[in-house]
Design a protein around this ligand. Structure first.
Ligand SMILES: Cc1cc2nc3c(=O)[nH]c(=O)nc-3n(C[C@H](O)[C@H](O)[C@H](O)COP(=O)(O)OP(=O)(O)OC[C@H]3O[C@@H](n4cnc5c(N)ncnc54)[C@H](O)[C@@H]3O)c2cc1C
Length: 502
């Protein structure tokens, strides 16, 4: 995703990926909250406007097992409910995307190829040194070792990030207190337990029929070894402990062992080296924060890195990547810790869960928690008091826009109802100055930045302001009411000095 974001602005990118192919082992089964909107704003979502179709639980399992693949990324209305800490019903604002991570990786790989990104599979980064104006990389490729000189290095290399370790960036946080398994497996007695999600005296047991799918969670500390092969016996023992039966596992198709490390890099930038996604933060997988955070990181960093690489902005702009995204990651780790705490067995946590359930019956409280879990609550501190309007720092909703006089570029040739969604306008990855109050002075003020900022004049029934400057990541950088002089300041702050001054 980061490579695509940078390449979108014409900056050459090389991706080094040690795996020769996309990993087939199941990882994420779904994408939630803000991440769905992010994919939509880059045109990576199919059928957002169409009627959602929902796979059955059995189809979902077959998809996760790799037996069946949906054709495209399409959000599905979840027929049941989203949960927090396996119990509390949440009210998501948008449908979830129930697809295996491999599908997202496949679509992103296609997009990267379309954008001219050079993806070198089977190439492992083994070392690097930062030298004045660049980074020299040591790479182990299929034809031996070689060196590569780059201007910038983004470590998107997962929780055990080589880049983070070699950079010596501290990774403080908390160790796991649980061991769990997620498995697609066969058992000798399908009636060994009722299907469903069960809170037990010693943890959590999930059993879904169809092709059987299991999740176990026990508060027995982290696994003794994270790398040891997972044996059928250890999974069977967990299943027996939690079900209180002597069920026998006859075959394991696919299995993951997981714990709940919550750690975050002290900084996301060290000179010309940046960290993104799991390399910057690891989190337990409950409620699916991993992809949401990683996609959010990529969207925040991509346009900034491209602008710096193109010489349009000073490299200080990259410090706003840490100052904006680090607090979001920290908040997520807090939510994940709270969620694990609320899953602990025992009468005290039972009481706490009853209290939470009671509080979450209140619609507003429920919405607030959902917003936090789904990253809908983010307000970036944009670090310039003179630009602080009521909407600055917030994510701009997906406004429906209709062409108005002055839409010189004809960007708003709408659909059947004559409207265009903001998400569609943002697919170019370019910043947008939305003039919703037909004020010709705005276009004149932004003219010096016309090589990098699009101005669109439109009508909008639910306009949150008369004018909005929207960054490529969808966040509002400036909005009315504000004095006119603040618009050029905001344009300069985020998109650099104008190429020519009128
Ligand atoms: C069982 C399981 C279930 C999960 N469920 C969910 C879920 O439902 N929802 C959700 O959002 N998240 C979920 N996650 C988490 C999610 O999978 C991760 O957050 C996500 O994969 C992180 O993406 P990433 O690109 O940052 O890192 P990764 O996906 O780890 O990708 C890093 C890549 O870097 C490559 N690499 C590593 N080192 C090097 C090197 N030195 N040189 C070259 N290449 C290198 C690796 O091969 C890998 O392909 C789950 C994870 C697991 C394991």
């Amino acid at each position: 995703m980061l490579a695509c974001e940078v390449a979108l602005h014409g900056v050459p990118v090389v991706v080094l990926e040690r795996l020769p192919e996309i990993e087939t082992h199941p990882k994420a089964e779904g994408i939630t909250g803000r991440a769905i909107d992010i994919l939509d704003r880059r045109g990576l979502m199919a059928g957002v406007d169409g009627p959602p179709s929902q796979p059955t639980a059995e189809q979902r399992t077959r998809i996760a097992m790799g037996e069946r693949r949906p054709d495209s990324l399409q959000p599905k209305a979840f027929p049941g409910a989203r949960h927090f800490a396996t119990m509390f019903v949440l009210r998501p604002e948008s449908p979830d995307l129930l697809v295996p991570q491999q599908l997202l990786e496949r679509d992103l790989a296609r997009r990267a190829a379309d954008l001219g990104v050079e993806v070198r599979r089977g190439h492992t980064l083994t070392g690097f040194t930062q030298n004045g104006d660049g980074v020299r990389l040591d790479v182990d490729g299929p034809d031996g070792q070689y060196r590569l000189q780059a201007d910038w290095l983004a470590g998107c290399d997962g929780g055990r990030s080589t880049v983070r370790k070699l950079a010596g960036i501290a990774f403080p946080g908390t160790d796991g207190i649980t061991t769990g398994y997620r498995a697609f497996a066969e058992i000798d007695d399908p009636d060994f337990h009722l299907p469903g999600w069960f809170r037990k005296d010693n943890g959590l047991l999930v059993y879904e029929e169809g092709p059987p799918r299991f999740i176990t969670l026990e508060f027995i500390g982290p696994p003794a070894s994270r790398d040891a092969p997972i044996t059928l016996t250890e999974f069977q023992e967990a299943l027996r402990r939690l079900s209180g039966t002597d069920v026998t596992v006859t075959k394991v198709h696919k299995i993951n062992r997981f714990t709940d490390n919550e750690r975050q890099a002290e900084t996301y930038r060290q000179g010309r080296v940046l960290l993104v996604g799991d390399a910057a933060h690891v989190q337990s997988q409950w409620s699916g924060p991993g992809l949401r955070l990683g996609l959010g990181d990529a969207l925040n960093l991509g346009w900034k890195l491209a602008a710096v690489a193109r010489g349009q902005c000073h490299e200080d702009l990259l410090d706003t990547y840490t100052s904006e995204r680090h607090p979001v990651g920290a908040q997520t780790l807090e939510v994940q810790r709270a969620s694990i705490a609320l899953m602990r067995p025992g009468p005290h946590v039972d009481a706490l869960r009853r209290l939470f359930t009671h509080l979450l019956l209140d619609v507003d409280t429920n919405r607030r928690l959902t917003a936090v879990v789904d990253d809908l609550h983010i307000r970036y501190d944009m670090d310039d008091p003179s630009l602080t309007g009521p909407l600055v720092g917030l994510y701009c909703p997906d406004l429906r826009l209709k062409a108005a006089n002055g839409d010189a570029k004809g960007a708003l040739n709408g659909g059947a109802d004559g409207t265009v969604r903001l998400a569609e306008l943002q697919r170019t990855g370019r910043p947008l100055l939305l003039d919703l109050g037909a004020d010709p002075r705005l276009r004149a003020l932004a003219e010096p930045w016309s090589d990098r900022v699009d101005v669109v004049t439109a009508e909008c029934a639910e306009a949150p302001a008369d004018a909005l400057l929207i960054r490529p990541d969808g966040f509002v950088a400036w909005s009315t009411p504000a004095d006119e002089a603040s618009l050029p300041r905001a344009l300069t702050r985020w998109f650099g000095h104008p190429a020519r001054v009128t």
